[in-house]
Design a protein around this ligand. Sequence first.
Ligand SMILES: [Mg+2]
Length: 261
Amino acid sequence: MAAPQSTLPYPPIHKDAPFVMLSDWDGTITTFDSNDYLTDNYGFGYPKRRDMNKEILSGKLTFRDGFREMLKSIPESFEECKQILKDNITLDLGFRKFHDWCKENGIPIIIVSSGMAPLIRAVLSNLIGEEDAKNIDIIANDVRIDQTGKWEIIFRHPESGYGHDKSQAILPYRDLPHSPTLFFFGDGVSDMSAARHADVLFVKNDKGEGLNDLAEYCKMEGIKHILFKDFSQALPIVQSVVKGEKTAEQVLSGPSSEVVV
Ligand SMILES: [Mg+2]
């Protein structure tokens, strides 16, 4: 299948990096999903959103169309949304340490998100500081705000059912001659497009039974992954691969992995 056309530019790839960390933002680097937070508290609310997520998981509705509906139900201005998120979104407990270790070791972290880049940039800078935030690439969707203040999401891949096909952030690394080891961290339905393309897939498993959508999807599809509750659990596993103590295959068969037979 041909790669979907991107309406938005990509940052240059880290072509000499032997290891690359690609991570979802909402609910993975942060403790909960900012778009869900806005939809549940300001838009049409949790029950309707949850029903839509189930339809997306079962393939009845595309993520793109469901997500657009969720965002449309939020009456607040974009600036108000930004402030609400700055006030309420918190960082995964172990992310700061994980980030610092990656920084010390020159390992790039790339945020691959179905959210809107300006919101992510604002919240990230607020959480880890402007300087560190600048060094993290964000590959996400964007926003269009008209003169009346009305806003809507601009999808990176409008013709893809994912809106942002996250695999397109990973696949260029596959063509590099030294084939870097790619780690991906995610938690939800927006990560389904990326799930099968990383060397080591970490799936966040911090919600109640039946609410960890990416874990459910990977089980259904038989995609090998490692469950983690926060980045402090992922860090030693990542370190063991980076230090050459274990292979990607070995950590995927380790004690926190969920391998479906
Ligand atoms: Mg997420």
